[in-house]
Write a protein that binds this ligand. Structure first.
Ligand SMILES: *Cc1c(COP(=O)(O)O)cnc(C)c1O
Length: 376
């Protein structure tokens, strides 16, 4: 058998989520973020669908990811957020995000050598503290604009808060971005696309939408707001954010069933001891498959439409669940890790909350280790 879980990816959900984004952003161009294998959903299939749905740009983190898309026959513009590998940029016709002058000069030289012109986007650090120009950004940008063979097609920045529960710092970032935009206009530099909005900003800060939006997590069906109790307070039923559909279902099957008496310790460290005669299921997924060890005695899964607890420590390849209260369970039965069964559902936000992390990490860990299937 194959190890681990199966991730079923619902591409129609991704299409629907894109519609929500289009609506919230008044139909602005969308730069769809498909880094980290589309947040665990599979960048090739997801990108094909998004391009088919009319997304204007794809964005990846590293050129390796862009190469994979090009080799799969995807021809749309691809923005490379973090990696200006010059060879790849020219060979695969990619749009680099520039964050220093030396890369701009190197690109310009290569463009001249090949008698070509290259479009770039410029990154400004307005408060993320990661990459981008700080200080007199407008001046540096105008110097780059004067380099031969370089066309500045976009200027971008990134918010330091992914959930924007408190938007005051984000507003300051928008102000900084706006003042650089004004300076550039004043010196007569025309840039086609200013963009800044991640998913949270698409949802909550219309003044950050500028000329294009750049969402990731929303496409996959999750609002970036992290604390589940805050989330339910913040989102009313008519809120478009609550229309997002999680695109990933993660499942496995029961590998073995064991009837055990009371008093039997389960798994490493004996952190769980049966309190009654128990039916324990063993499932073929562990932390090596992206099912975090933090779920030891600390997660529920679905079997036969019921929530069942993880008992004992999650192992490398196996995890135990308590099936005592489930009727007629059999080896080979489906186990839902993320998804729906009957009236019950478990999403990545619930698992994230339990593991003290964010849905992004749950989706990339489980999705990128699973065998993926696409259900349409
Ligand atoms: C990952 C990323 C995004 C998307 O962020 P979400 O919170 O998933 O919407 C946008 N821009 C940059 C630069 C990123 O790194």
């Amino acid at each position: 058998m194959n190890r681990g879980a199966i991730a079923e990816i619902d591409l129609n959900a991704i299409s629907d989520n894109l519609k929500v984004i289009k609506k919230l952003s008044n139909n602005r161009p969308v730069i769809a973020v498909v880094k980290a294998d589309a947040y665990g959903h599979g960048a090739i299939d997801v990108s094909r669908r998004l391009v088919n749905d009319g997304v204007e740009y794809l964005a990846v983190a590293f050129t390796e990811e862009a190469r994979e898309l090009r080799n799969a026959g995807i021809n749309s513009p691809i923005l490379v957020l973090f990696d200006p590998d010059i060879n790849d940029i020219f060979t695969y016709n990619l749009i680099p995000v520039i964050r220093d002058k030396k890369t701009a000069i190197a690109l310009s030289k290569e463009a001249e050598k090949n008698n070509r012109s290259i479009s770039v986007h410029i990154k400004i650090d307005t408060g993320m503290g990661r990459l981008g120009f700080t200080g007199d950004a407008a001046n540096e940008i105008s110097e780059i604009a004067n380099l031969k063979g370089i066309t500045i097609d976009g200027v971008m920045s990134h918010f330091s808060e992914a959930d924007l529960l408190d938007a005051s710092f984000a507003r300051m970032q928008i102000e900084r971005f706006n003042s650089i935009k004004t300076e550039l206009l004043n010196i007569g530099l025309s840039v086609r696309l200013f963009h800044m909005a991640n998913s949270a900003a698409v949802m909550t800060l219309p003044e950050s939408h500028f000329d294009a939006v750049r969402p990731g997590i929303m496409l996959y069906g999750y609002p970036p707001i992290q604390k589940s109790e805050v989330r339910s307070q913040k989102l009313g039923v008519n809120d478009p954010k609550s229309q997002l559909l999680p695109a990933m279902t993660v499942k496995t099957k029961i590998l073995a069933l064991r009837r055990l008496p009371a008093g039997i310790p389960i798994s490493y460290g004996r952190t769980f001891i049966t309190k009654r005669a128990s039916l324990i299921g063993v499932i073929p997924i562990g932390y090596a498959d992206g099912f975090s060890r933090r779920f030891s005695n600390n997660a529920e899964l679905l079997v036969r439409c019921k929530r069942v607890p993880v008992v004992g420590r999650v192992c490398m390849d196996l995890t135990m669940i308590d099936l005592t209260d489930v009727e007629q369970v059999e080896e080979g039965d489906d186990v839902v890790i993320i998804g729906r069964q009957g009236n019950e559902s478990i999403d990545a936000a619930e698992l994230a909350f339990r593991a003290d992390t964010i849905p992004y990490e749950i989706l990339t860990s489980l999705g990128n280790m699973a065998n993926r299937v696409y259900n349409n």
